[in-house]
Design a protein around this ligand. Structure first.
Ligand code: URA
Length: 441
């Protein structure tokens, strides 16, 4: 088979055969094709798309390019959850113990943050002693211990996706529905999940800027999941403003603790309960409860401390430290460095999530390259959300750095300006954003 013919077929809008897709992914994994030919094919896919059969074949070939996890030791249905990325997304540390209180086995492989979206592994790593590199063969021991385990993805999980993602990142071929859908679903399928709940984010801080595109991505992933024999449900959630109050590793884990003490932001609780109830249903652990009753039960377990106890079990099981006060012991203390005041009287009409994500990376909370060190204490904490009434001069948010601050003092003013410009105001009342936009199954 000739790689140029595959490029030409896709360039002229033809559907690729399963054999062509197999050749493409084998050539990428075995590194027998130069990057320029792969990039050219990726661009042809961006421009001419793929049908459901092509996307499913691409996904399965990427999934089987490395190790396929076998979760047959799991007692029950292993349900995985994945977010298409966002700013302030601290849902996994809430959903994992929440689902465990219903007996849903939690085996979670998560990534580190790159670019302006944070990574769940970095967030757990901000708890002192928490081990995020659990060996696969030890998963059954951890599951027996507390019903959950979370670990960083190994390089052997869907290696073709890693190679393709690195190329997409530098060739303007990231935001393509078939490429995003196959990239995400290949890792979920290789991870061994029998059922998958997708948090498809939508808005300025997400890959999909509009609801229409988010629905298209959701439907593409559901179709792949179903054709691959995995029950798949998607929840479309808002990512036009950051989720909850905090952005940054320790700050977000502090917010998780606050949520589990029953004092969390409504949007975080709403998204967590919407995702968890879908996961519980797919795992068959809803005990006859309708989705509405189940969602209420999730809220109750968050507010009455049931989930907090499970969260403590998870932290202890993986070596994390909990202080006598009940708060986890974090690797850095966030220091409030600067307050960002409202520049106008009125109602907050927008807080651009992408700009806040970039500002938080500048403060040191995220990485621009895989090798960058992060300041776990850095980030931004909001006291106001879209729809809130403010007076000029009220504090809208604060900028934080940790003890290991990497950002020079004089640069703080640039970040402050950037954050201030990301916040818009209206003279007339503004509706708060709906956190959960739709559920597609
Ligand atoms: N997340 C992924 O894992 N892959 C993509 O292509 C985009 C988001």
């Amino acid at each position: 088979m000739n790689f140029v013919d595959i490029i030409l077929d896709k360039r002229y809008g033809k559907a690729l055969s399963d054999e062509q897709i197999d050749f493409f992914i084998r050539s990428v994994t075995e590194k027998t094709v130069p990057d320029y030919q792969v990039s050219s094919l990726l661009m042809a896919i961006v421009l001419n798309g793929m049908d459901d059969r092509e996307m499913t074949t691409l996904t399965m070939k990427m999934a089987s390019s490395g190790e396929m996890n076998d979760l047959s030791y799991v007692d029950g249905i292993a349900v995985d959850k994945h977010s298409t990325g966002g700013v302030g997304d601290k849902i996994t540390p809430i959903v994992l113990p929440l689902c465990a209180t219903f007996g849903v086995p939690g085996v979670k492989l998560s990534g580190r943050g790159l670019g302006f979206t944070g990574g769940t592994v970095d967030k757990f790593e901000s708890i002192k002693g928490f081990n995020v590199q659990v060996a696969q063969e030890d998963f059954p021991k951890y599951l027996k211990n507390c019903g959950m385990v979370i670990s960083g993805q190994t390089p052997s999980l869907a290696p073709a996706d890693k190679i393709l993602y690195a190329l997409r990142d530098v060739t303007g071929t990231v935001d393509s529905i078939p490429l995003i859908a196959s990239s995400i679903m290949s890792k979920k399928i290789a991870g061994g999940a029998e059922a998958i709940v997708l948090d498809v984010t939508c808005g300025s801080g997400a890959f999909m800027k509009t609801r229409e595109d988010a629905e298209k991505l959701a439907r593409a992933m559901i179709s792949i999941g179903n054709l691959a024999g995995r029950k798949t449900v998607a929840v479309i959630t808002d990512m036009d403003e950051p989720l909850g109050k905090a952005v940054g590793n320790v700050l977000e884990m502090q917010e998780v603790h606050e949520v589990l003490l029953g004092k969390g932001s409504e949007d975080v609780v709403e998204v967590a309960c919407a995702l968890a109830s879908q996961m519980i249903i797919l795992a068959g652990k809803n005990e006859g409860m309708s989705i509405e009753v189940l969602t209420e039960e999730c809220r109750k377990r968050i507010s009455d401390g049931t989930v907090l106890s499970k969260y403590y079990e998870l932290i202890s099981s993986q070596g994390g430290t909990i202080l006598p006060t009940g708060a986890p012991d974090y690797v850095e203390k966030p220091f409030e460095e600067m307050r960002v005041p409202a520049t106008s009287d009125g109602y907050i009409s927008g807080i651009k999530a992408d700009v806040i994500g970039h500002a938080s990376v500048m403060l040191g909370a995220g990485r621009l390259t895989k090798e960058d060190n992060i300041d776990y204490g850095a980030g931004i904490c909001f006291y106001k959300k879209v729809g809130d009434k403010v007076r000029r001069g009220d504090v809208v948010c604060s900028l934080y750095r940790g003890e290991s601050a990497t950002l020079a003092d004089e640069k703080l003013f640039d970040v402050m300006e950037m954050v201030s410009d990301a916040i818009s105001y209206s003279d007339t009342p503004v509706e708060p954003h709906k956190a959960v936009i739709d559920v597609i199954s």
